[in-house]
Write a protein that binds this ligand. Structure first.
Ligand SMILES: [Zn+2]
Length: 127
């Protein structure tokens, strides 16, 4: 199923065409050395990740959606269960938003690539 494939590729840092090569060089998004550095091409199927200059501008919309979803979730939890004062709520919302930035950055790019790339079984098996 397509949505499950996209979710798996996103979390596992895998190429959407072959499901085997890594999109980012390091699986750890919090690595200072290369946590946010992408491979130019898939090491397994040679898919070029950045198709054109500015290709990843669209990933900003995905990132916006992910961050907004997180904020909405935390705000809703506060409305129905926590009932924190406003200043504490701002701190509770902004802490995960900023600390999860490397994760949402990577996820938004992989989701963006996945939305324009289909899985290719022949490429995945190397035939
Ligand atoms: Zn690949």
């Amino acid at each position: 199923m397509r949505i499950i494939d996209i979710a798996h590729d996103t979390v596992a840092n895998r190429c959407p065409r072959c499901h085997q090569g890594q999109v980012f060089e390091n699986n750890n998004p919090y690595s200072f050395k290369n946590g946010l550095r992408m491979n130019k091409r898939c090491p397994h199927c040679n898919l070029k990740f950045e198709r054109e200059v500015g290709y990843f501008y669209g990933a900003m919309y995905v990132s916006y959606g992910l961050q907004t979803g997180l904020i909405t979730l935390l705000y809703t939890l506060n409305m129905f269960w926590w009932d924190m004062p406003p200043l504490v709520l701002v701190f509770i919302i902004l802490t995960p938003v900023f600390s999860l930035f490397p994760v949402t950055f990577r996820w938004s790019r992989i989701i963006w690539i996945s939305s324009f790339t289909k899985y290719d079984k022949s490429v995945a098996s190397g035939q």
